[in-house]
Design a protein around this ligand. Structure first.
Ligand SMILES: C[S@@+](CC[C@H](N)C(=O)[O-])C[C@H]1O[C@@H](n2cnc3c(N)ncnc32)[C@H](O)[C@@H]1O
Length: 228
């Protein structure tokens, strides 16, 4: 089983509102983008970057103006999310440096990339084998030594700090009460509850060097790693 169809349907249904809905965590996403920039700063002038789970194109939109010769392949099973991503790329003048692929990473030609991003994607793969296979599909498309920045919702449910971190996450501005209740219910079901050590082990087993956690803000963690 891979990403459940219901997840893709939900992203299709809310694609137009996605960027607006994520405004309360924009500062967190901004920090993730800054870390990606730092990790990728040594890439060649004409680097090729795989943006897995690109959605509306946030990572490419951040990197494209800074690195004007980089090319981006945006991959996402949600056609509507990627349509917004394409529209954003056209409006911001970098669509000619992008390819848009509706589908899973596994359906993309294994053309070697210099680096890949996966931001807020793999937590939708609740089955550990599927999640590891997703990282392996990314690894297969990277050059040896190619870089991966991965960020996900991630928490150790058994850790004594979990309740406080979850409360902090749910205190974010603008989250309606009914959404708080549903988020608590979905965490560990619709969203994977693999702890950080498990996620790191999956990434390593998928063919990457031991991931270094470089970021945490409440329930979001980020890691840097490279293809072995
Ligand atoms: C929360 S959004 C993140 C989008 C973008 N990376 C960002 O940070 O704004 C997650 C995206 O991952 C996509 N997605 C879910 N499962 C996926 C999979 N197995 N492979 C690639 N993309 C997937 C969804 O369709 C959705 O567009």
């Amino acid at each position: 089983m891979s990403t459940p169809p219901a997840v893709t349907q939900a992203f299709n249904a809310h694609a137009e509102a996605y960027d607006r809905n994520l405004e309360p965590i924009l500062a967190i996403k901004g920090t993730l983008h800054l870390l990606i920039r730092w990790q990728f700063s040594g890439l060649p002038d004409a680097a090729r970057v795989l943006v897995a789970g690109a959605g509306t194109g946030a990572e490419a939109r951040f990197l494209a103006p800074i690195f004007p010769r980089w090319r981006f392949t945006l991959v996402d099973p949600s056609e509507a999310m990627l349509a917004v991503g394409r529209r954003n790329a056209v409006a911001e003048g970098f669509a000619d440096r992008c390819e848009f692929h509706v589908g899973l990473v596994s359906s993309l030609a294994a053309d070697p990339f210099d680096a890949a991003t996966s931001v807020l994607v793999s937590h939708f793969l609740t089955d550990a084998a599927d999640r590891q296979a997703y990282f392996a599909e990314i690894a297969r498309r990277l050059k040896p030594g190619g870089l991966l920045f991965n960020a996900d919702l991630c928490a150790d449910l058994l850790d004594p700090s979990f309740g406080s971190v979850m409360d902090l996450w749910l205190a974010q501005a603008g989250m309606p009460d009914e959404r708080k209740v549903s988020f608590r219910a979905v965490f560990g079901r619709g969203v994977a509850a693999h702890g950080p050590a498990e996620v790191e082990a999956m990434i390593a087993r998928a063919g990457f060097s031991a991931p270094a956690q470089c970021f945490q803000a409440a329930l979001i963690r980020g890691w840097v790693t490279a293809r072995m």
